[in-house]
Design a protein around this ligand. Structure first.
Ligand SMILES: Cc1cc2nc3c(=O)[nH]c(=O)nc-3n(C[C@H](O)[C@H](O)[C@H](O)COP(=O)(O)OP(=O)(O)OC[C@H]3O[C@@H](n4cnc5c(N)ncnc54)[C@H](O)[C@@H]3O)c2cc1C
Length: 376
């Protein structure tokens, strides 16, 4: 039987970040993931400078082997209405490919990797430690398995039933030289278009010759219809080459404040999507995944006499300090209380305004400039 100080289930950004921090504090850490890396993850692949800083990411080193697309502007609007284009003097975000990004972070974590191994079960042993998959013994199991994390299920989460999740679909493909020539999307200026009812948005990101297109919504029933309309709009305006090769892949995640999950228990803790932390307005989940992992590690490093629930509770308090109350109160906008038709008319006009796009949509909702990068 193998023994480690902490076993992390899931090698995405949350798992690898937590692993790296715990390794730095001298703990023996293993990361177990059902996939063999590099593996893909359904995602637009957009990260903010706050992510680069929190990860202490050396962009020169990263960009040597991996796709790194600096973004210095955004085009935003409501579907079928005039859009606003906002430019910045330097990079305000980066486009990455998740198959490369997650692999890079996991490799540099220094943790023992148990990849290609699915989590099956965890049980308590006589000495109080956990035994996972019948062969790894540990006092601490960290759930970093994303939205459907099995450790979150162990703590009572029921993804797909009682939870109100965002569902999203995405496709990423390398354009042929002809497609790249005909593509109307500029690599440094991705495009975002909100659905008329403001329940979701579609995006197009170009990273060199890679194109990523997708749409996410808070009501999964009509996702396909909205995606078809979005694709029709993009192809009809010559923004993307048609037909798009490859199939759309779907995934889900929870917005912070919706259906709070139980996050800690005796010897168990959740980070990232497993804990349901994505930002409510943008759906950005990588930054909260990384920040939660850093916050968790900063608490765990000081748990010298065990990982009882009372020792882990400060992590939940730090999440609330960082992201706000967990009951959704923080994110109701006055505009959301308006009748639907009025909201649509008002939103269409506001989203076409460059001032609104820059200061509210981008700087506040998407880049969270009011919240400085996390330092722990
Ligand atoms: C379509 C779409 C687009 C998105 N675009 C963006 C974006 O552009 N920018 C952004 O910031 N956020 C985006 N997000 C959200 C972002 O992808 C997530 O918030 C982020 O991946 C969370 O990281 P994580 O480490 O918590 O989980 P994940 O990245 O989901 O990693 C979980 C890991 O756990 C492993 N795992 C799962 N189950 C098991 C099991 N049973 N046994 C073993 N291993 C298991 C998985 O293989 C995976 O490697 C998007 C989400 C979607 C769905």
């Amino acid at each position: 039987m193998e023994r480690v100080d902490a076993l992390i289930i899931g090698g995405g950004p949350a798992g690898s970040t937590c692993a790296r921090q715990l390794r730095r504090s001298g703990m023996e850490v293993a990361v177990l993931d059902k996939e063999a890396f590099p593996r893909d993850k359904v995602c637009a692949g957009w990260i903010t400078p706050a992510v680069v800083e929190a990860l202490d990411l050396d962009l020169d080193d990263y960009g040597r082997e991996c796709t790194l697309q600096p973004l210095s502007g955004f085009r935003t609007g409501m579907m079928g209405r005039p859009a606003a284009e906002v430019h910045y003097p330097g990079p305000v975000s980066y486009g990455i490919r998740r198959c490369e990004f997650d692999h890079y972070l996991l490799m540099r974590s220094g943790a023992r990797l148990l990849s290609g191994q699915r989590f099956k079960d965890m049980r308590r042993d006589e000495d109080g430690s956990w035994v996972v998959n019948n062969h790894i013994r540990t006092p601490l199991v960290i759930g970093a398995g994303g939205h459907f994390c099995p450790v979150a299920r162990h703590l009572g989460a029921r993804p797909g039933s009682a939870e109100a999740a965002v569902t999203a679909k995405e496709v990423e493909f390398e354009m042929s030289p002809v497609q790249a020539r005909d593509c109307g999307i500029r690599a440094e200026v991705p495009e975002l278009y909100f659905c008329e009812d403001l329940k979701g948005y579609g995006w197009v990101f170009r990273k060199g010759d890679w194109l990523n297109i997708g749409l996410g919504r808070q009501d999964k029933q009509r996702l396909g219809r909205h995606l078809d309309a979005f694709m029709g709009m993009l192809a009809g305006t010559g923004r993307i080459p048609a037909p798009v090769p490859g199939r759309f892949q779907g995934h889900a995640y929870l917005l912070y404040g919706d259906t709070p999950r139980r996050i800690v228990d005796d010897g168990v803790l959740l980070v990232g999507d497993a804990a349901g932390l994505a930002y409510a307005r943008s759906g950005e989940g990588i930054r909260p995944a990384i920040e939660s992992a850093l916050l968790a590690a900063s608490v765990l490093m000081h748990c010298r006499d065990g990982f009882g629930i009372d020792r882990l509770q400060p992590y939940v308090e730090r999440l609330v300090q960082r992201f706000g109350p967990r009951d959704g109160r923080a994110r109701t906008l006055p505009m959301e209380l308006l009748p639907a038709a009025l909201k649509r008319a008002l939103a269409g006009r506001l989203l076409a305004s460059r001032w609104f796009a820059r200061h509210l949509v981008l700087n506040r909702w998407f880049f969270h400039l009011h919240q400085p990068p996390l330092r722990v």
